[in-house]
Design a protein around this ligand. Structure first.
Ligand SMILES: Nc1nc2c(ncn2[C@@H]2O[C@H](COP(=O)(O)OP(=O)(O)OP(=O)(O)O)[C@@H](O)[C@H]2O)c(=O)[nH]1
Length: 405
């Protein structure tokens, strides 16, 4: 037994994420059967009132009263509505002092980043600081190899499938899938028994491009060595939350030409000329199908001093304000930033400052030249550069919106 909280070791935590039905509960049951005496507390989060997953864990395991505990968190999601409850539950489990590990199965619609933040930052409102009690060890995302492309291309939102966290949960399924893939330390590609080898190899390559840092492991029925997801020490908030393929592409120092495996490639489109809003809108509505993921900042000749952000995954395109360009701020503020950030200085243009478009494209069999040509046609002409930009016709919504092919 431990003397007091001050001398106790922080309890390690593994979080399982993954869209509904990917195989999280199956994986959890497998781990509980193969944990080699480790004293594990399990938190199972289910969106429904009846915690089906918790029941499955109970029926699939003879949980020992002394070594294990199952906490059910139902009727909400630990990344949003039940976040405070998650803090309290983890605090309680840590305070019991009899567990060596906490394993959390998040609901299928949970986003990993807010869950990770719960463990990384103290919550001043609640007076609970999980960073002193626990240590987020591994973020695991389970992907259903058999459903991936179907869900990716479905164009459906959570509400369409009656799976929203609330009645105002307008998230697209594809955005959730991408979020879960882009923020993890270990990615389990599950249900590999249902997919042909050739397809699996290609899917793996796409996932690797979207998530170059995580360890990708193929599984059937969640059968994986527990060492791969428990006590790995892999989680690091900065590293894990910045582990996506698009960030890697954007921050690459030099662009070394890559060998395109299975036609899966990526490139960054950069421009120091703003887009015409109407022509860009047209580009959005005729989005190149081969692009799986695009993300970045956009300079658009409208909306004054705001940079726009573009995030596309499958048929979902989100476009909206990202914040002020540094060049639009008062000079003393500009100077302050430029003095402290050499990278911002390097990218500074004498006339336009930091205003520029920088977009990462990841896709399969993309025709880079054609996409770049089409984007170039959306840029302002020399003549338009001299005109009053606020008079341009601008059909682009300045809120989160969707365009479908
Ligand atoms: N064929 C096949 N079926 C699997 C595999 N893994 C899980 N399943 C089945 O897929 C279904 C969903 O699995 P779960 O483990 O409940 O998935 P989940 O991610 O916990 O689902 P939610 O709790 O609804 O988010 C179940 O019927 C499992 O038996 C697998 O590798 N292959």
């Amino acid at each position: 037994m431990f003397a007091d909280q001050g001398t106790r070791e922080k309890i390690p935590v593994t979080v399982l994420s993954g869209y509904l039905g990917a195989g999280k509960t199956t994986l959890l049951n497998h781990i509980l059967h193969n944990k080699d005496g480790l004293k594990v507390a399990v938190i199972v989060n289910d969106m429904s009132e009846v915690n089906v997953d918790a029941n499955l864990v109970k029926s699939g395991n003879a949980l020992s009263r002394t070594e294990e505990k199952l906490v059910e968190m139902s009727n909400g999601c630990i990344c949003c509505t039940l976040r405070d409850d998650l803090l309290r539950e983890v605090q309680k489990l840590a305070a019991e002092g009899r567990f060596e590990y906490i394993l959390i199965e998040s609901s299928g619609i949970s986003e990993p980043v807010p869950v990770a933040q719960t463990f990384t930052y103290a919550n001043p409102d609640l007076d609970i600081d999980l960073t002193s009690l626990s240590r987020l060890d591994t973020m695991v995302t389970v992907v259903d190899a058999n459903r991936f492309w179907h869900d990716f291309a479905s164009g459906e939102s959570l509400l369409d499938r009656d799976q929203g966290a609330t009645e105002a949960d307008y998230r697209d399924i594809v955005d959730l899938l991408i979020d879960q893939i882009e923020t993890c330390d270990v990615l389990l590609l599950n249900k590999c028994d249902l997919v042909e080898e050739e397809e699996l190899v290609k899917l793996e390559a796409v996932l690797r491009k979207l998530q170059p840092s995580a360890k990708i492991i193929r599984t059937v029925n969640g059968v994986v060595d527990p060492k791969e997801i428990l006590n790995t020490g892999l989680f690091d908030f900065e590293k894990t939350s910045m582990s996506s393929g698009w960030i890697a592409e954007l921050t690459k120092k030099e662009h070394t030409p890559e060998t395109e495996e299975y036609g899966i490639g990526s490139f960054v489109y950069r421009s120091r000329i703003p887009f015409h809003p109407q022509r860009l809108s047209y580009f959005f509505s005729n989005w190149p199908e081969e692009v799986v993921r695009a993300k970045g900042l956009v300079w658009i000749a409208a909306h004054g001093d705001y940079a726009a952000s573009l995030s596309q995954a499958g048929t979902s395109i989100q476009f909206g304000p990202a914040g002020y360009w540094l060049a639009s701020l008062p000079e003393d503020q500009q100077r302050e930033v430029l003095e402290s950030e050499p990278e911002a200085r390097e990218r500074w243009d004498d006339k336009w400052g930091d205003r520029m478009t920088e977009l990462v494209f990841i896709g399969i069999d993309m025709n880079r030249e054609d996409i770049e040509k089409r984007l170039a046609r959306c840029l302002l002409s020399d003549d338009e550069m001299k005109q009053d930009w606020s008079r341009f016709n601008n059909p682009l919504p300045w809120v989160v919106e969707e365009f479908h092919n």
